[in-house]
Design a protein around this ligand. Sequence first.
Ligand SMILES: NC(=O)c1ccc[n+]([C@@H]2O[C@H](COP(=O)([O-])OP(=O)(O)OC[C@H]3O[C@@H](n4cnc5c(N)ncnc54)[C@H](O)[C@@H]3O)[C@@H](O)[C@H]2O)c1
Length: 255
Amino acid sequence: MSMKVAIITGSARGIGAACVQVFAKHDYAVIGLDILPEGQKVAEQVSGHGGECAFFVCDVSDEKQVADCIHKVGEKYGRVDVLVNNAGVVLVKPFDQITWDEFKRTVDINLGGHFLLCKYVLPYMKAQKSGVIVNMGSVSGHVGQTDHVMYGATKGAIIAMTRALAWELAPYNIRVNSISPGSVDTPMLRGDIELESKRTGIPFEQVKKEREAEQAFQRWADPAEIAEPVYFLASEGASFVTGADWLVDCGWVAK
Ligand SMILES: NC(=O)c1ccc[n+]([C@@H]2O[C@H](COP(=O)([O-])OP(=O)(O)OC[C@H]3O[C@@H](n4cnc5c(N)ncnc54)[C@H](O)[C@@H]3O)[C@@H](O)[C@H]2O)c1
């Protein structure tokens, strides 16, 4: 049987790069998409270890770029088994300082990116009568966080979209779930903490400690600790799981 194919957005670093490693380890042909060319290095690393991995520069909020990339994947592999909608940006600002352009960029990338990837991948999954989509939510879609209004709003929308899409796609044997991580040690989170530190004048290490304390284990997750649950949701082990949001937040919301 030919290899299963997984498309992972935001693959150049952080959680997306960890997902690339995990799916390649499980013998998927992995296609990474990102605006950062560093995604090529991630792909070469996997290929260097005998895995099948390709990378395309792609802005997930640009319909033409997404359509072209998925077309290329279709031409090469003829199928898409898994879509991990991971690419996203954070917007950390008091609400009344958010500009209309910043609002639109956050919505276009976080929500629009999920929409476009699903739109162009679904014809393959529907034709196969199989497929799994894993969307990237966040604790910010569950709890109110100061200075994260629009980020949290896009994540809440992704979780809502996941639920409705799961019902719509069940007749095609396609499962749709989301993961909502707590704090994960990635360039995004470190950038977030740096901004908060600058804005408040509180030293970086102190803000980091406070943000670590939101997790029951008093630490941030390693990106692999999110990538493994993403893989589980995509695997046969999760065959009865659809329309779910999995809080991988080390107890943050449970408190
Ligand atoms: N790090 C955390 O604590 C955390 C917590 C909850 C949810 N998340 C979510 O996990 C996902 C990954 O976050 P991360 O922490 O690895 O962030 P990151 O910034 O380290 O990586 C995100 C990747 O997405 C890419 N990207 C951004 N905009 C893009 C676009 N328009 N098109 C294509 N690629 C684009 C970036 O270039 C980057 O490689 C995001 O959706 C984020 O909201 C992160």
